[in-house]
Write a protein that binds this ligand. Structure first.
Ligand SMILES: C[S@@+](CC[C@H](N)C(=O)[O-])C[C@H]1O[C@@H](n2cnc3c(N)ncnc32)[C@H](O)[C@@H]1O
Length: 209
């Protein structure tokens, strides 16, 4: 059975710093997308091979999964992909991350851990303080994507992001996916499972105004 890790544990106080764009990518000028909670990176490997005109960064709190993604990357000649291990909150709240956050064209939260019990909600990856950090640093026009099969989590995430006056919900009917980080709508592992089981997916896109 999959084990959750408690993001509030002191184990994550020591952070792995995000290297400079030049250290991470062959062409640091490409559009940059961040996937938070990327697990062992399959989704990002598929995306990086599919869209060589984007750079992709994944952050994952479970060390075994992050290491597995890093090892796979060493084996492959993929120059537009990088993985960092740790709690996204601590990594992105680091003084050195500020420059990187300004460079994100988009960020995705795909099927985050739901932490169903109310007393565990503070462990959810989307928190008001975290959204505030992103809201202060992301450039105008950059995007946040959320996706989940848990309605209650979706409502919580939507309320948290919408409460930040810098983010506005986009009408998905008018959204042009072809210029997004995922033009071919590549699916994450959880998404494949959810679709195979005919469960409902809730998703939203927000723009920094
Ligand atoms: C339910 S899984 C979804 C994995 C993948 N995004 C997908 O859609 O298949 C959620 C992932 O987020 C990671 N995660 C949870 N909290 C995190 C945090 N604060 N920082 C980084 N990763 C986190 C978990 O370890 C797990 O791998």
């Amino acid at each position: 059975m999959r084990q959750h890790v408690n993001p509030l544990s002191k184990n994550f106080d020591q952070i792995e710093r995000i290297p400079s764009l030049n250290e991470m990518f062959d062409n640091s000028k490409l559009n940059l997308h961040l996937d938070i909670g990327c697990a062992s990176g399959e989704f990002l490997f598929d995306l990086a091979l599919d869209n060589t005109n984007w750079n992709y960064l994944g952050i994952e709190i479970r060390e075994r999964l992050a290491n597995s993604a890093k090892l796979k990357l060493l084996d492959k000649e993929i120059k537009n992909l990088h993985f960092v291990f740790g709690n996204a909150h601590n990594i992105l709240n680091d003084i050195n991350s500020k420059f990187i956050i300004k460079n994100f064209k988009s960020i995705s939260f795909n099927f985050p851990d739901p932490w169903f019990k109310k007393r565990h909600h503070k462990r959810r990856v989307i928190q008001p303080e975290f959204i505030n950090i992103l809201s202060n640093l992301m450039k105008k026009g950059s995007l946040i994507y959320i996706k989940t099969d848990v309605k209650n989590l979706f409502e919580y995430m939507d309320c948290t992001i919408s409460s930040d006056c810098n983010f506005e919900k986009i009408d998905k009917k008018d959204f042009n996916y072809s210029t997004s980080f995922n033009p071919n709508k590549v699916q994450t592992n959880r998404e494949k499972y959810v679709l195979a089981n005919e469960l409902k997916i809730f998703e939203n896109i927000y723009i920094k105004t």
